[in-house]
Design a protein around this ligand. Structure first.
Ligand code: PLP
Length: 382
């Protein structure tokens, strides 16, 4: 599937393994003011709106330089009322980060903290909206990448919408890989970035939001460079990014979008990621690993596995043993239990997952960790 002869596969939530075509698109330099590059920017913005099923007279897509957090910061500054209050739903690092951003901007907020891995429930959100009528917007992380949980976006969106509040969704690690439609689900602000499920390289994030919110966001920014309204206004007027764009990353992203379309869009990509996840979870369970989450909450993006209790298991040695076999995995991000994470996204399929599972079996044997069963015992089962 991919020409990664020497480099390791990245079983991480982004940056991730990109295709040769995406890498090759970067072998050219572009003038940031030139019309050829402006057309790439315009095309990417149009394609992203279409992917979200957002009508272009109601929503706009505004790219923002930097990593995903830069886009989250610019979106929070623009789309939350400085005189209002934000309800931040948290069950991991990215919900916590949003609260930290609001704190630093001097915006008021309340939190619903579910700990490491429990989903916020629609009835809990409704109760808080009734308890604090001054809340103006709600922030939800769709796939909380710290655990891999897929939070109940649709049900929460209905509650937020029925209370007349603005919904801001961090869909960083899900957009493009899990269906999200602003046509079907009342989402006011959707945030994602280049290097996750659309399989581009890092360099920018983007915000898809209601035009009315953008217009209301004029003058709200706490930061010159992260002023989403100013970026939009300038881009609409000139076709250019307000400050130096990550040109190579943008053209690589356009190439990645073409491959996304060829794969069958979000549905096609979601199907492949789901196959990867299913093969991974099944093989890992054969080897004796447990997932942190029950099957119902597992996203097709990244899965958290609990570290074996066998004292012979040590994450750094495990990581090194897998790296020497060509696979990079991801450390855990939980506060309570020892864990690690394996991503299912990027340019890889079940053949690579099968190779990874063999490498994991070898690594465990090398470390002297007792195996529950051998992978060969899995063959033939459905
Ligand atoms: C990756 C990610 C972000 C952004 O992280 P950066 O390191 O700034 O790119 C934000 N939210 C979620 C859920 C993510 O997975």
């Amino acid at each position: 599937m991919v020409d990664n002869v020497k480099e390791p596969y990245l079983l991480t939530p982004g940056p991730l393994t990109t295709s040769y075509a995406t890498k090759a698109a970067m072998l050219r330099d572009w003038g940031s003011w030139d019309d050829d590059f402006n057309q790439v920017t315009a095309d990417v913005r149009t394609q992203l709106l279409a992917m979200a099923e957002a009508a272009s007279d109601e929503y706009a897509c505004v790219p923002m330089q930097g990593s995903g957090t830069f886009a989250v910061e610019s979106a929070l500054a623009c789309a939350t009322d400085p005189n209002g209050k934000v309800l931040v739903l948290m069950n991991g690092a990215y919900g916590k980060r949003a609260a930290q951003l609001l704190q630093m901007m001097g915006r008021r907020y309340v939190t619903l903290d579910k700990g490491d891995y429990l989903p916020p429930q629609p009835n809990e959100v409704a109760a808080l909206l009734e308890q604090y009528p001054e809340i103006t917007s709600v922030f939800l992380v769709h796939c909380e990448t710290s655990s891999g949980i897929l939070n109940p976006l649709e049900a929460i969106a209905e509650v937020v919408h029925s209370h007349g509040k603005t919904l801001i969704v961090d869909a960083m690690s899900s957009f493009g890989g899990v269906p999200i439609s602003v046509l079907k689900t009342p989402i006011d602000v959707l945030i994602s970035s280049a290097n996750k499920c659309i399989e581009g390289v890092p360099g920018f994030g983007f915000v898809i939001l209601r035009r009315t919110l953008l217009e209301a966001g004029k003058g709200r920014a706490h930061s010159l460079s992260l002023d989403l309204y100013a970026q939009w206004e300038y881009m609409e007027r000139t076709g250019q990014w307000r400050f130096t764009p990550p040109t190579h990353s943008v053209v690589a992203f356009q190439a990645a979008l073409a491959q996304h379309r060829e794969e069958g869009g979000v549905a096609g990509r979601c199907a492949r990621y789901t196959r990867n996840r299913d093969a991974l979870v099944k093989g890992m369970r054969v080897l004796g690993f447990s997932t942190l989450l029950e099957d119902e909450w597992l996203s097709p993006i990244i899965t958290t596995f609990l570290s074996p209790t066998d004292p012979a298991f040590e994450f750094n040695a495990f990581y090194a043993a897998l790296k020497s076999r060509g696979f990079l995995i991801y450390p855990g991000k939980l506060t309570e239990v020892d864990s690690f994470r394996i991503g299912c996204i990027g340019q890889l399929g079940i053949t690579v997952i099968a190779q990874l599972l063999s490498a994991i079996q070898e690594a465990l044997t090398e470390m002297g960790v007792a195996l529950i069963a051998d992978l060969s015992s899995q063959s033939g089962s459905a």
